[in-house]
Design a binder for this molecule. Sequence first.
Ligand SMILES: Nc1ncnc2c1ncn2[C@@H]1O[C@H](COP(=O)(O)OP(=O)(O)O)[C@@H](O)[C@H]1O
Ligand SMILES: [Mg+2]
Length: 393
Amino acid sequence: MDFVQNPYAPGAGNPPPELAGRHVMLREMHVALQRIAAGRPAQSLIMVGLRGVGKTVLLVRIAELAQGHGYRTLVTEAHEGKKLAELLVPGLRAALISFSTSEVAREAARRAMRVLKSFLNAVSLKMNDFEVGLTIEAEAGAADSGDLETDLPALLVSVGEAAKAAGKPVAILMDEMQYLSADEFSALIMAMHRVSQLNLPVVFAGAGLPQIPALAGNSKSYAERMFRFPEIGALTEEDARIAIQKPARTEGADIADDALAEICRITERYPYYLQQWAHDAWNLAPGPVITRQDVLDATKTSVAVLDRDFFRVRFERCNASEKRYLRALASMGPGAHRSGDVADRLGLKISSLAPARDRLIRKGMIYAPQYGDVAFTVPLFDAYMLRVMPAFP
Ligand SMILES: Nc1ncnc2c1ncn2[C@@H]1O[C@H](COP(=O)(O)OP(=O)(O)O)[C@@H](O)[C@H]1O
Ligand SMILES: [Mg+2]
C-alpha cells in the first residue's frame, strides 16, 4: 500500500492518528482546566505508566486543551541530573514577562519577578540569560530561605497572583517526573497545595514511570489530596482495534478481523507497538485490506525496528553488571519478581546487587511496583533481553 498515505505514527511522542481509549481521562482533565481557570478548586493530575503507553502524547493533548481555554502553558521534561528549579524557572520567567505587559497585572508580575530573583539567588542557580535579563531587585525574605519546600510554594503563589491579575491561568506540564528527587517532588506538592488553597489559577499535569507516587514519601497524604494519579496502560481489545482500524478506513483502506486479532495478540495492546505493527503491515500489504498474513510478515520488520529504535538505546545505557541484572530478571518471565530471587538467579547476595538495582531504577530501566519487587519499565523488554543476550551470563 502507498507508503506516503501510511497513517500510523510509531515513535516516542508522535501523536497517533486516533487517540483511542483515553476519552474519559481527557474529559475529566478538560473539566478541571475549566474549573481552575474559573477560580474553582480541582485536582491536578500525574499520569503514571510504563514506557510506550502514550503519556507524552496525552500531555501534549492536555497542553492543547489548556491553550484552547486561554492558559499560558509551560512544558518541561525532567532529566537525570537536572534540577527542578532549572526546569521551571525559564518558563515561569517568560510567563511573568508576558503578564507584565498588561496594565492591570504589571505590579503583581513585577513583584513575582522580584520573588523569582530571590528564588534564583537562594537556589544559587546561575543561568546566563537571567543574569542579563533580570535587572530587577530581589525581594528580600520571599522564596529565599534556601529550602525548596518553602521557597517553591512562595514562588508559585506569587506567579499565581500575577496570573490571576492578568486573567491568564497557567498550566505547568512536566514529563519524565521519575527523574525528580524526593525533595523536589515534595516541594512541588507543597507548592501546588498552597496555590490551590488560595484558589490561584495554576494547574499541574505531569507524567512519569510508575514509581512516582512512592516518591511522595512524607508528603504522601498531601499528594493524594492534590493530585490524581491515573494509570495509563495497554488499551482494551476494543480500543486497540479502533486505534488501528479507524485510521485505515479514513485512508480508504481496511484491515481484516483476524489481522486485528493478531496485532492485538502480539503487541499485548501496548500503544507504541500497535503503531509499529500497523505501520509495517500497511507498508508490506498489497492492499487495500490488510490481512493476517501481512501482519505475520510485518513481525520480522517490527521486531527489528523496535530493537533498534526503542529497546537498544535503553540497553546500551547500562554497564555490564546492570545488563547481567536485566538478563537475570528477563529469564524469570514478564511481570514483577522479588529482588531476592534475581539475586539467587545470579548466585549473589541481595546486598551486593543493590547498587546495580538502584542505578537501574534511577535510569528508569526497572521500578519497584512494591517494596522488594522489581519489574521492567518497558513492556516486552524481557523478550528483548533474551534476544540480545541469548546465553545466561
Ligand atoms: N491512545 C493511543 N492510541 C493509539 N496509539 C497511541 C495512543 N497513545 C499513544 N500512542 C502511540 O504510542 C507511541 C508512544 O507514545 P508516547 O506518548 O511517546 O508514550 P510514553 O510517553 O508513555 O512513553 C506513539 O507512537 C503514539 O503514537
Ligand atoms: Mg514519554
